[in-house]
Design a protein around this ligand. Structure first.
Ligand code: CAA
Length: 258
């Protein structure tokens, strides 16, 4: 399926969403974010999709929220429409695993989008940053809250207060990026990671995502109890029986996602 601001493609159990605003470095205007939300809902509702990939172009994953759209916005307009909320938070609440595939600029809201994804794969060309301070504003799509949880307070403060660009290597060292993959084979390598996940059991993937995300919201003892309850629940699935039987019978599991 193709529309103007995003492209989507289903490749087996992998759903690829490509941000497609090449003339504006994939700046995240409201219609683009609405299209992203619609695509996420489509993937969420399709039982045959297990993993999502969000990518941009070679030049830019996304250079942030749309500055032209924001410039003349008044307080009351931003408040009434709940700017940077509805469509943006759709990504944070997606229950299936989402891979961010980052080449080029991932700035401001673009970097914040990657923080709402689960695995962040970057090419050596990736450049992250929170340059909002240079516009006389602050990050508004979660970086002041989520960044510190990935990279710690000192780096979150450095990146947000200086607005400097962060290389792929620095982002990987700091914990914002999961893996750096070579530029020449980037898309193929991203798809290999996605296909690795696509071979797993969907309930298992979803429970892992839910449990890891819960760790950011709950005290340790409560989080461990939550994990334990999910762990007990997984014994109700076909795929737990099949996965363990396959291991003991020295064969590949045939998961049913049930
Ligand atoms: N919003 C709107 N348009 C943008 C944009 C953005 N965030 N980023 C780039 N563009 C547009 C440029 O205006 C330019 O358009 P025109 O050709 O019509 O002039 C086009 O994309 C190409 O950009 P440049 O000519 O600037 O390309 P460059 O290679 O010289 O620089 C860049 C690339 C470093 C990414 C630079 O475009 C840039 O600094 N962009 C803005 C980054 C930024 O400040 N992001 C934060 C936005 S605020 C935010 O995101 C708030 C939040 O937390 C939600």
């Amino acid at each position: 399926m193709t529309d103007s601001l995003i492209l989507t493609e289903k490749n087996g159990a992998v759903f690829v969403i490509t941000l497609n605003r090449p003339n504006a470095m994939n700046a995240l205007c409201t219609p683009l974010m609405q299209a992203l939300k619609d695509a996420l809902q489509q993937a969420q509702q399709d039982d045959t999709i297990k993993v999502l990939v969000i990518m941009g172009s070679e030049k830019a994953f996304a250079a942030g929220a749309d500055i032209a759209e924001m410039k003349e916005k008044t307080y009351i307009e931003a408040y009434k429409e709940n700017y940077i909320t509805n469509a943006w938070e759709a990504l944070a609440t997606c229950r299936k695993p989402v891979i961010a595939a980052v080449r080029g600029f991932a700035l401001g809201g673009g970097a914040e989008l990657t923080m709402m994804c689960d695995i962040v794969l970057a090419s050596p060309t990736a450049k992250f940053g929170q340059p909002e301070v240079n516009l006389g504003i602050l990050p508004g799509a979660g970086a002041t809250q989520r960044l510190g949880k990935s990279v710690g307070k000192a780096k979150a403060m450095d990146w947000c207060l200086t607005g400097r660009m962060i290389s792929a290597e620095e982002a990987e060292r700091a914990g914002l990026v999961s893996q750096i993959l070579p530029e020449e084979t980037f898309v193929d390598d991203v798809m290999k990671v996605a296909q690795t996940l696509a071979k797993k059991s969907l309930p298992s993937l979803m429970m892992i995502k839910e449990a890891v995300l819960a760790s950011f919201e709950t005290p340790l003892a409560q989080g461990i109890t939550f994990e334990r309850r999910l762990f007990h629940a997984v014994f109700a699935t076909h795929d737990q029986k099949e996965g363990m039987a396959a291991f003991l019978e020295k064969r590949k599991p045939e998961f049913r996602d049930a």
